[in-house]
Design a protein around this ligand. Structure first.
Ligand code: APR
Length: 266
């Protein structure tokens, strides 16, 4: 007799989410994989083809600004060409569901692709910045990287080199964003860690901080992350499959769909 396959997450996770006053989420490159954006450390990931040491740090940028600007322009074109997927949209729906009940919600992403905002997430902090913004390394003026340039792109105000607003290896995360993410992790009743290998700190420490502070921590990932053994529940599956099913399980027959459509259930 073929047993119907249940959801990959426990009733406990659904119950804990239903009871939660405060929900926080950390996402990594895995949530954008189903939109067609390559991750970093999967077999077909970016770091398999390029060396981060050559591209994602200030020294590499100063040594070869045209190469680094070109690599980020390539990645920007790629993300502008793709759409948020069901996983991004499910987290935006989860935010609406939690806040509609008077709860607190925060999504902290390591991703720089802008897809969470395009999917409708509002309570969002970008821990590693954004590909979609650029600034001058000398006067910090916002710059337009789409301008055509022969050789390295420079600031129209002061002539300094233009760099993407992303956090490079060895650089500090945006202080306010990380403080918000830390506080949300410390206060969360439920913490979801989605699509991250959890190897890059301090972001990777957020689910552990949540667990230590008493949150129920669930990891959504097709393969175990570096912190898999230290979470409350490992949900084996992709963001695009698991998250919509989890949000649907919360809403039951009408709730979440009613919320999503913005109308009533009548
Ligand atoms: N759904 C959920 N998770 C997925 C999916 C998917 N469809 N596809 C892959 N994954 C998982 C992989 O199993 C892996 O654990 O996503 C994770 C991606 O890990 P990384 O490529 O290391 O990306 P991330 O964790 O975001 O990297 C963190 O490292 O290079 C820096 O600044 C960069 O923000 C990045 C940081």
């Amino acid at each position: 007799m073929h047993q119907p396959v249940g959801p990959p997450f426990s009733d406990t996770l659904v119950r804990r989410l239903r009871e939660a006053d405060r929900v926080a989420v950390l996402t990594g490159a895995g949530i954008s994989a189903e939109s067609g954006v390559p991750t970093f450390r999967d077999p077909d990931g970016l770091w398999q083809r390029f060396r981060p040491e050559e591209l994602a740090n200030v020294e590499a940028f100063l040594a070869n600004p045209t190469l680094v600007q070109g690599w980020y322009a390539h990645r920007r074109a790629l993300v502008e060409d793709v759409e948020p997927n069901a996983g991004h949209r499910a987290l935006a729906a989860l935010e609406r569901w939690v806040t509609a009940r008077g709860g607190d919600f925060l999504l902290a992403t390591q991703n720089v692709d802008g897809l969470h905002a395009r999917a409708g997430s509002e309570r969002l902090v970008e821990l590693h910045g954004s590909l979609l913004r650029s600034h001058c390394i000398d006067c910090a003026a916002e710059a337009d990287e789409s301008a055509d340039a022969r050789g390295p792109l420079t600031c129209q105000a002061c002539g300094g080199l233009v760099r993407p607003d992303v956090v490079w290896f060895g650089e500090q995360l945006p202080e306010a964003a990380f403080a918000q993410a830390e506080q949300a992790a410390a206060l969360a009743d439920v913490y979801l860690s989605v699509g991250t290998s959890a190897v890059v700190y301090p972001a990777a420490g957020l689910p552990l901080l949540a667990r230590q502070a008493g949150a129920y921590v669930a990891e959504v990932n097709p393969t175990p992350s570096d912190i898999a053994g230290r979470v409350s529940e490992q949900v084996r599956g992709t963001a695009g499959e698991v998250l919509p099913a989890l949000v649907a399980a919360l809403g039951g027959a009408s709730g979440i769909r009613g919320q999503e459509s913005g109308g009533n259930d009548g």
